[in-house]
Design a protein around this ligand. Sequence first.
Ligand SMILES: Nc1ncnc2c1ncn2[C@@H]1O[C@H](COP(=O)(O)OP(=O)(O)OP(=O)(O)O)[C@@H](O)[C@H]1O
Ligand SMILES: [Mg+2]
Length: 290
Amino acid sequence: MTAVMNQPMAGDLETRFAHARKPDPIAASETTSSGISIDGVSMVFPGAGNAPAAVALENVSFEAASGQFCVLLGPSGCGKSTLLQMVAGLARPTSGTVSVNGRVVNGPGMDRTLVFQEYGLFPWLNVLENVMFGLANKGIAKEESRVIAQRWIQVVHLDGSEGKYPHQLSGGMRQRVAIARALAVEPRTLLMDEPFGALDQFTRISMQKQIAEIWTMTRKTILFVTHSIDEALLLGDRIIALTPSPGRVRAIIDLPGERPRTQQDLINKREYIDIKRDLIEMFETPAEYQ
Ligand SMILES: Nc1ncnc2c1ncn2[C@@H]1O[C@H](COP(=O)(O)OP(=O)(O)OP(=O)(O)O)[C@@H](O)[C@H]1O
Ligand SMILES: [Mg+2]
C-alpha cells in the first residue's frame, strides 16, 4: 500500500520520460506497406473449465518499419510470445489485425521465421541438416541448399561443426544453428523470442554482437523479444515497452545514435544512461500511475 501511495503522479512521470512517447492509435490508412504493423490487437484465452478467460493482450498497436530492429520489452506473462506467434501466423488475435509487408497475416509463411528460446532443433539431424531443413520445404535442390546452409553456418562461426548433433553442442552453439536455419530461407522478417535468455553472460554478449552484425549485413526486419533492458538498448532501433498482464503498449522509444552499439556505449553515453534510467523507473511504476 505504501509503495502505491509513494508512486509519482501521472504528469510528473510523463514529463520525466523524455525519450518515451505514448503510443498513438494507428489509423488503417497509415499502415506501412512494408515491415510489421500491429493494429488494435487483443488476445483473450478462454479459461479451462470454470476458470475465467485470460486477457493476454489488450489493444496493442505499433509498427516496425522494414529493416528496423524492433524490440518487445516487458515482464514475464505480458504477452510477448503470444504477439510474436501472431506475427509468425501460429496464433490469431481475438480482435485487431497483424500485417507483414502490407499483407494481413493469416498463417505461417516463408517470408517470416521464428527463432525460439528453446532452439527448436531436430535432435536426429546434424548441424548441416538442421540448417538445410527449411530449404527443402522451399523447394531448393539438395546440392544448392547444402551450399546455402554452409554459407550461413560460416556466418554464425560454426564451420567445422557441420556433422555434430544438437546434444554435442553448447547452448550458444545450438542457438547459432537455430539462427542460421532461420536465416538460410532468406526471410524478410526474423522473429526472435528471448533467443539468448538461456545463455550465460559471456555467450550472451558474444551472441548479441553476432546478431547485431547479421542485422547490419542483411537489414532484415527483426522483432526481438527480451526481458533485458540492456539487451534492448544494445540492439534496438525501436523499443516497444509493454505493461504487465494484460500486455498493453506502455511506451515506444526510438533510440538515438550510431550502430552497432557496444556495452561500453551503454555505460558511458549519456543518452543510453538516461533511457535506461527512464525504463527502470517506468517498469517500477504501476502502469495505472502513468
Ligand atoms: N495457449 C494458452 N492458453 C491459455 N493462456 C495462455 C496461452 N498462451 C499464453 N497464455 C497466457 O497469456 C499470457 C501471456 O503469455 P505469453 O507466453 O505470451 O507471455 P510472455 O510475455 O511471453 O512471458 P515470458 O516472458 O514468461 O515468456 C500469460 O498469462 C499466459 O498464461
Ligand atoms: Mg515468452
